[in-house]
Design a binder for this molecule. Sequence first.
Ligand code: SAM
Length: 472
Amino acid sequence: MYNITSKIAEEFISDSEIRDTMLYAQENSANRALVKEILHKARECKGLSHREAAVLLECNQPDLIEEMFELAREIKHKFYGNRIVMFAPLYLSNYCINGCVYCPYHGKNKTIRRKKLSQEEIRQEVIALQDMGHKRLALEAGEHPVHNPIEYILESIKTIYSIKHKNGAIRRVNVNIAATTVENYRRLRDAGIGTYILFQETYNKTNYEVLHPTGPKSDYAYHTEAMDRAMQGGIDDVGIGVLFGLETYRYDFIGLLMHAEHLEATYGVGPHTISVPRLCMADDIDTADFKNAVPDEVFYRIVAIIRIAVPYTGMIISTRESQQSRARLLELGISQISGGSRTSVGGYVNEETPEENSAQFDVADHRTLDEIVEWLLDLNHIPSFCTACYREGRTGDRFMSLIKNGQIANCCLPNALLTLKEYLKDYASPQVREKGEAMIKRLLQSVPNEKARATADKYLNAIDDGKRDFRF
Ligand code: SAM
């Protein structure tokens, strides 16, 4: 039985509610009046229910789809402006005891090179990432009680935060590790993590059990209830996502929104971010073996409708997506992207040959961070290295109220410009520096509050004089 605030996976992600919603959406897919009504409601920026969003996704009338794209662009601009937050993944270890059939880390894979970084190797990787200009990382690891226990993850976080190299610093460490206990979530919170990220992979329990035949991850309820335990452990910024391509996109799109609704209804704060990875080729994984690949055009609609349905939630895409698809997705609601990423363990220091492969999947965007920053500037997006909210204690509902009160323009815009300025001074090529400085000059004028504008100007001059790490 569907119960949005239940703590039991099969009640807040109810299979029958998802199937009823799919049916309802199909029956109403040609109902123009209903689609118009839903779009009208969405314009108030208070979000949509999973049922309403599912109707939008089923609609195949070109003019209404164009209206959805247009609305997604407007909402993105209203809440996020044209800022794009930059991050990079850091793979700590690919030892894993799970049996996920789509992931090359699965325990039975004998062809992948297994590797776990020592604390000294982490230092070297972090220095390489700092030298690119990164300030925000997403830690990634397989699940292995002996090689990657929680103590290893905690020690690694401590190491990462302690490294100060030239003007570099990692100011926010997000963590993407397997579902764990309330006690371990508390320890992660105490270690000062930013967002705890865990992808559901699929919300379809039957299919989930086929895709995860062995290992601790095979427990659907334990995995699905992980964010509830994270919240109990005091982590109020959680990031959810599904791996598109495993299950029909219709099922997982609805499940994803139901999960977001559950967190909002139960804890008063929805997910901080939603990730939308698509399945990629990898060491012993062939995407042709999976029958639910999501075509680009459908994927763009999924992203746009998520933007409309949960206007305050950050949306992330990784280098799994190509430059071309990223350009489109940035317009439709994405607020965070990775850049210069390596998905291999130790890949920032040592470029691997194909034989040495330890990577999790093949990336589609191979550009350097500086190339991506230049590309964003050319497309009139502001590359932002901001980590201010979490460092100022604006997490969970305090972050949401900042966004809901529209203080973005006086707070997030100056923070984006200040961190871009640091990047330009310390890491950019001369040509990127020139383009970036021009953008800063232009956009400083659009900070509405006079006092905030003057303070930002003062901080920008101080960065020119060699000072760092200012924030609103
Ligand atoms: N081991 C943890 C877990 O199981 O949740 C950490 C996450 S894993 C390092 C990061 C994510 O990569 C997975 O949650 C999965 O969605 C994604 N992934 C795995 N195999 C992939 C593939 N072949 N293509 C694209 N993404 C993949």
